[in-house]
Design a protein around this ligand. Structure first.
Ligand code: C2E
Ligand code: MG
Ligand code: MG
Length: 562
C-alpha cells in the first residue's frame, strides 16, 4: 500500500509520458487502464495490431470485447472488477486476443494498480504476445516445441496453404557427442547448428528447437515456392565448414525430414509425427541426408506397425498361426534325402499368409525374432529327433537372424534345446545369412567358435547375394555354403557365371566346406548344375516347403519303403 500512497501525487499524464518513453525500448505494449473512468490508453503499435479505433479507448469494458477471444472474456472481466473494487492490486493473466487478421493470439497481461492524484484507480502494465516472445531455450535462444505447436496450430487453422515447407533437422550422432565429450560439448554443437540454420533461413521464417537434438523450420511467410533441399544443403555445408574449422575435433552430420505439401486439414501433431517419420527415414537410409515425406512409404510403415502388433499378439498366444514348413535337401550324387530346411510360415487371422520376406525384417526390428527363433529351433529339433528314426543322419537346417546372433544368448539356447529334446548337436545346422551377419565382431567370432566346439554346424546362407563373400567365408569357416538361387540362375544363363560357380565350388571344397545349391526347379537345370560339383541340392525339383506331416508322407515314408 505504501507504493500506492506514494503515487497519489502523480497524474495520469505524467505516468503516460514515462510509459511513452519506455515503450520505445519494450518489445511488449505498455498500457494504462483507468478503471474509474473505464478509459484505456494504449500505444500506437497495439492499435495497429488489434482492432482498436484509437489509442484512447472510452467505454473500454465494452470496446475491448471485440479483441478478446470470446470464451476468455468472462474471466478477464471478473479479474478487472476485483482490481477496480480494491479487492486486488495486481492483474496477471494469460489469455487470448484476436488480431486484425482474425488470428488468435495468446497474450500475457500484467499490471499494477496505481492511484493517481485524482484518486482514480489506474491499472498500469504491459501486454506481451506469448507466441512472439522467444521463451528462449538457454542453449540456442530458440523457441521450444510448445510454442511451435501453438503457432503451427494457428497457421494451420487460418492459412494452411501459406506453409511452404516444414523441415525437421536432427543431429545424426548427438548421443555420441554427449557421451564422449560431455553435455557442454553437446550444447556447443546445438548452438552452432542453430546458428547455421538461422543464418540460412530468412528472418521471418520460424525456427524452433524441439526435443534434444532436433530443430523445426516452418516457412509460412515466403511469397513463392521454396526448394527445401536447397535450404538443407546450405545448412549442411555450413555445418561441414564449422566442423572443419574446429579440425574435426567434434564431428557431426545432420539429417532432415521434410513436409512440403498438403497442409490443409493437418494439426500440429500431424506435422510433428510425419516430419519425425521422414527424419527417421533419412537416418535409416544412412544419415547425412534429407528425405521428403512420402505417403506411400508411410502407409507401408503403418501397415508394418499393424503387422507387428498382430505378430506380438499371436506370439504371446502360444505362437498362434505359426507353422514350420520343411523343404528337402538331397545328396547331389544319389538324390537321397539327407536333411531339410525349416522355413517359417505365419497365417494371421487378420492379414492371412504373410511371406517370411516381409515378416522376418519386422520381427528383427522389434526383437520378436528372438522368441520366434527359439520356437523354430525347438520345433525343428523335435522333428529331427523323430525323422532320425527313418534317416539316421538326418539334419535340419534352421535359419538364424543376425538379431539372434547379436542380441540373444544363442549358445545357451542351443544347449538347452539339445538337452531338452534329446538330440545330438550335429542334427542341427544353423544357417547364417551373409548380409545380415556381416558385422562379425569379437563377440560373434567367439560365439561361432564355441558353437563349433560344441559340434553345432554352421552354414552360410544366400551365398552370392552379399558384398563381402570371401571375408565372410574366412571368418565363419562354415561346414556348408549355400549358393543362392539368384546366383545359380545367373550361372544357368551365362557361361562366364557358370565357370565362376565351378571355380567357386572348387575353392569352397579346398577350404574344407561342402556346397548346397539352392533353387533348382527343373531337370535341365539339375543336369547342367550338377556338373559344377555341388554336394547337396535344395529346390522345387525335389520338393517345395511343406508341413511336417506332408513332408513325412512325401519324402520320408517313401524313402523308408524304397
Ligand atoms: P532362405 O533361407 O534362403 O530359404 C530358401 C527360400 O527359397 C525359401 O523361401 C524357399 O521356399 C525358397 N526356395 C527353395 N527352393 C526354391 C526353388 O526351387 N525356387 C524358388 N523360387 N524358391 C525356392 P521362403 O520360405 O519364402 O523363405 C524366404 C527367406 O525367409 C528364407 O530364405 C530365410 O532367409 C527367411 N526365413 C524363413 N524362415 C525363417 C526362420 O525361421 N528364421 C529366419 N531368421 N529366417 C527365415
Ligand atoms: Mg536358409
Ligand atoms: Mg538361402
Amino acid at each position: 500500500m505504501a507504493d500506492l500512497k506514494a503515487s497519489q501525487n502523480t497524474s495520469i499524464s505524467q505516468i503516460k509520458s514515462v510509459l511513452d518513453i519506455m515503450q520505445r525500448a519494450s518489445d511488449g505494449y505498455l498500457y494504462i487502464f483507468d478503471l474509474t473512468d473505464d478509459v484505456y490508453l494504449i500505444p500506437e503499435r497495439l492499435k495497429e495490431r488489434f482492432a482498436f479505433d484509437d489509442v484512447r479507448i472510452e467505454n473500454c469494458s465494452k470496446a475491448i470485447q471485440k479483441v478478446i477471444y470470446p470464451s476468455d472474456y468472462k474471466n478477464l472481466v471478473e479479474d478487472i472488477a476485483r482490481c477496480a473494487s480494491g479487492e486486488q492490486d495486481i492483474h496477471d493473466m494469460e489469455y487470448r486476443w484476436v488480431d486484425r487478421e482474425n488470428r488468435v493470439i495468446w497474450i500475457s497481461c500484467r499490471g499494477t494498480i496505481v492511484v493517481d492524484a485524482d484518486g482514480h484507480r489506474l491499472l498500469v502494465g504491459k501486454i506481451s504476445e506469448i507466441g512472439k516472445k522467444a521463451k528462449a531455450d538457454n542453449v540456442t535462444g530458440l523457441r521450444r516445441e510448445v510454442r511451435f505447436r501453438l503457432n503451427a496450430e494457428e497457421i494451420l487453422r487460418d492459412r494452411p496453404e501459406s506453409i511452404r515447407y516444414c523441415m525437421r533437422i536432427g543431429i545424426d550422432n548427438f548421443k555420441e557427442i554427449n557421451e564422449k565429450d560431455g553435455t557442454e560439448a553437446g550444447d556447443m554443437v546445438l548452438f552452432e547448428l542453430s546458428k547455421c540454420i538461422m543464418d540460412t533461413v530468412p528472418e521471418e521464417v520460424d525456427v524452433y528447437r524441439l526435443v534434444a537434438d532436433e530443430f523445426m523450420i516452418m516457412d509460412a511467410f515466403s511469397e513463392t515456392d521454396v526448394n527445401p533441399e536447397v535450404i538443407y544443403n546450405i545448412i549442411k555445408v555450413k555445418v561441414e565448414q564449422k566442423v572443419k574449422q574446429k579440425d574435426y575435433s567434434r564431428f557431426y552430420t545432420i539429417s532432415a525430414g521434410v513436409l512440403d505439401k498438403n497442409f490443409v486439414g493437418m494439426k500440429s501433431e500431424d506435422i510433428m509425427m510425419l516430419s519425425e517419420f521422414a527424419l527417421n527415414e533419412a537416418k535409416r537410409n544412412g544419415r547425412n541426408q534429407m528425405v521428403t515425406f512420402n505417403q506411400d512409404d508411410y502407409d507401408i510403415y503403418l501397415e508394418h506397425l499393424n503387422i507387428r502388433k498382430e505378430l506380438r499378439m499371436d506370439i504371446s498366444n502360444n505362437f498362434r498361426g505359426f507353422q514350420i514348413y520343411y523343404q528337402p535337401i538331397v545328396d547331389a550324387e544319389s538324390f537321397q534325402i539327407i536333411g531339410a530346411e525349416a522355413l517359417l510360415r505365419w497365417n494371421s487371422q487378420k492379414f492371412g499368409n504373410i511371406s517370411p520376406v516381409i515378416m522376418i525384417p519386422i520381427m528383427e526390428e522389434s526383437g520378436l525374432i528372438i522368441p520366434v527363433g527359439r520356437y523354430v529351433l525347438w520345433e525343428a529339433a523335435k522333428m529331427c529327433r523323430k525323422w532320425r528314426e527313418t534317416v539316421p543322419n538326418f539334419h535340419i537346417n534352421v535359419n538364424l537372424s543376425y538379431v539372434q546372433v547379436h542380441k540373444s544368448d544363442l549358445m545357451s539356447d542351443v544347449q538347452q534345446c539339445m538337452k531338452e529334446v534329446g538330440i545330438s548337436p550335429d542334427s542341427i545346422v544353423l544357417e547364417l545369412t551373409e548380409s545380415g551377419c556381416i558385422e562379425t565382431d569379437n563377440r560373434t567370432r567367439e560365439l561361432f567358435k564355441r558353437l563349433k566346439e560344441n559340434q553345432v554346424n554352421l552354414a552360410i546362407d544366400d551365398f552370392g547375394t552379399g558384398y563381402s563373400n570371401m571375408r565372410y567365408l574366412k571368418e565363419i569357416e562354415a561346414k556348408t555354403v549355400k549358393l543362392d538361387r539368384s546366383f545359380v540362375l545367373q550361372a544357368l544363363n551365362n557361361e562366364y557365371d557358370y565357370k565362376l560357380i565351378c571355380h567357386l565350388i572348387d575353392m569352397i571344397h579346398c577350404l574344407g566346406s561342402t556346397v548346397c545349391m539352392e533353387g533348382i526347379e527343373y531337370e535341365h537345370e539339375l543336369e547342367k548344375m550338377k556338373k559344377a560339383g555341388p554336394d547337396m541340392i535344395q529346390g522345387y525339383l525335389f520338393g517345395k516347403p511343406c508341413p511336417a506331416e506332408e513332408f513325412e508322407n512325401t519324402h520320408l515314408n517313401r524313402k523308408a519303403l524304397a
